[in-house]
Design a protein. Structure first.
Length: 513
């Protein structure tokens, strides 16, 4: 293990997908440069939130022939039964517009869409193993494997595999990585150009300076900081469960504002938040269970709060267009909890990795009364719940199981309910029954720093110009996501802008030499 350098050409703060994409891009642009990554976490937490992901990457494509060369898990027999509609630039852009209520920054989102496919091909060329996401994004129906939701790719072994491959690629490219090294300040010369970073290093921690020709901020959002969550997201958010790394506590956002007048951008009261196992730990994800605490099977059943009332249209869109805002709705319920409920008709469609007995407390029963009694022991108003199920069942009378199709918006909705379920609504009356208790799990925050779309250079509030030599990528970059989020866009955005920032930083430092 080499010693922390006192100077480097490019310093990257954060060892997640955005930081490692930037490191790889910088090394590729100019292999003679010295590139260093630091991370505040110990090596046992390498990879930040990225480690916890499903490794889902959203990209434009022209259908299966365009994707097959990128993946390693599809036999010719499977390929002959796969339906993947093309996902065009227009589709991706309109998803971003729709999810964000047209608030997404037009130039940033256009860059994300435009570079999405080449970013994934580039990762693949650097040894990142991609697969078709059969388990998450496809349903087998009438002997066809139907992909849905504009999302078809994931990395092998999810975020764990992604980080393993990215660490391997950057180390091969000669990049040095130092863990347990938090950045605490940005240093600039009198003209405002970045000259380095102050860090803490060693045990006990002492202050050190790393001089650098360019710095790339890739230190995540403030999702693991209860105080900042309460401050920016609002009351109750301090109590949300953290899905990923405990080290994304947002201080670099404040440091950039304090030290170089970085401009804030984006949806500071917004975040990505899912339905999450109520028994999951509070302050961080679990590196073994990881993403399996997610509970995203609600479109297949119903969801009620502790008072036994439904509170959300479980079927208003395909799951990967709703899951990132459903957690916010759970957080607003009494006690920040809810119960997801299914019967025998749809139980078999739940994904094993989220609902098998080893990862979640399954509340099982042979009658809906028994289910209500068992759930009452963990906080459900059983009387009101039974009434809710009765009303719901009456509202779906006539919905034919033959027309039910989870791979499309099948239009099987409820009738005359104050809170509808717009698709996939079948009665809940066939034993056995299953319920699981969920709470709100925060994924990442949407507020960040303003950047130039071409280079991800940070914009100064003081000059309205780019801060020379400072770039910002990943969760720290503000302005793309507002309110909601099309699944799989965060990793793609991290690579698209990480790649741009790495290239721009390497060109800048190369010219300075
Ligand atoms: C459970 C879960 C599942 C997800 N699934 C997906 C998915 O399938 N697809 C998708 O697109 N997105 C997914 N996301 C969102 C995704 O995590 C992010 O969009 C992306 O991985 C973030 O990458 P990043 O590099 O910006 O941040 P991170 O990967 O979080 O890396 C940030 C790093 O910065 C370090 N750091 C923080 N402060 C400092 C400091 N002061 N000094 C030095 N280092 C610091 C942290 O320790 C951390 O390692 C998921 C997130 C979670 C939590």
């Amino acid at each position: 293990m080499s010693c922390l350098p006192s100077s480097t050409d490019i310093l990257i703060i954060g060892s997640g997908n955005a930081g490692l994409s930037a490191a790889l891009s910088a090394a590729q642009t100019n292999p003679t440069l010295k590139i260093t990554v630091i991370d505040k976490s110990p090596e046992t937490w390498a990879g930040g939130n990225t480690y916890f992901t499903a490794g889902a990457f959203r990209t434009t494509h022209n259908g299966l022939p365009d994707l097959l060369p990128l993946v390693n898990n599809t036999t010719p027999e499977q390929a002959s039964r796969i339906d993947i509609p093309p996902y065009t630039a227009q589709d991706f852009q309109s998803d971003l517009n729709r999810m964000t209520n047209n608030r997404t920054d037009p130039a940033l989102s256009a860059a994300l869409v435009q570079d999405s496919h080449s970013a994934i091909s580039w990762l693949s060329a650097h040894g990142i193993r991609f697969q078709l996401s059969f388990n998450r994004q496809a349903y087998e129906h009438n002997n066809r494997i139907k992909f849905w939701g504009g999302l078809a790719l994931k990395t092998q072994n999810g975020g764990k595999g992604l980080i393993e491959d990215e660490l391997h690629a950057v180390r091969n490219a000669g990049v040095n990585i130092f863990f347990s090294t938090p950045a605490t300040a940005l240093l600039a010369n009198p003209e405002g150009a970045l000259t380095g970073v102050q860090v803490l290093t060693g045990t006990p921690p002492r202050q050190a300076t790393i001089h650098a020709g360019a710095v790339i901020l890739a230190a995540g959002g403030f999702e693991a900081n209860p105080r900042l969550r309460a401050q920016y997201l609002g009351p109750g958010w301090d109590c949300a469960r953290v899905r990923g790394t405990p080290y994304n506590t947002g201080e670099m956002l404040g440091v950039a504002e304090r030290d170089v007048h970085a401009r804030s951008a984006g949806n500071w009261s917004g975040c990505h938040c899912v339905a999450w196992d109520a028994d999951a730990p509070a302050g961080s994800g679990d590196r073994v269970v990881s993403n399996e605490y997610t509970k995203s099977g609600y479109p297949l059943g119903i969801m009620v709060n502790g008072d036994g009332e439904r509170f959300v249209d479980e079927g208003f869109d395909m799951r990967n267009y709703t899951y990132a805002m459903v957690g916010r709705r759970v957080l607003a319920q009494p006690g920040q909890v809810a119960f997801q409920v299914w019967d025998a008709r749809t139980l078999g469609w739940l994904r094993d990795e989220e609902y098998r007995g080893e990862v979640v407390r399954r509340i099982e029963a042979d009658s809906i009364q028994e289910l209500a009694e068992k759930c009452a022991l963990v906080g459900l108003d059983s009387g009101r719940f039974l009434k809710t199920v009765q009303e719901y069942n009456a509202s779906v009378e006539g919905n034919e199981v033959e027309s039910w199709d989870p791979a499309v918006k099948d239009g099987l909705g409820t009738k005359n309910l104050a809170i509808p379920k717009s698709n996939w609504a079948l009665p809940i009356d066939k034993p056995p029954f299953l319920a699981v208790k969920v709470t709100a799990g925060i994924t990442f925050t949407f507020g960040g720093l303003a950047v130039s779309p071409e280079t991800a250079a940070v914009i100064s509030e003081a000059t309205d110009e780019e801060v020379p030599g400072l770039y910002c990528v990943g969760e720290m970059l503000g302005g793309i996501f507002y309110d909601n989020y099309p699944g799989g866009s965060g990793l793609t955005a991290g690579t698209v802008f990480g790649r741009r920032a790495g290239r721009a930083a390497a060109e800048r430092v190369g010219q300075m030499k």
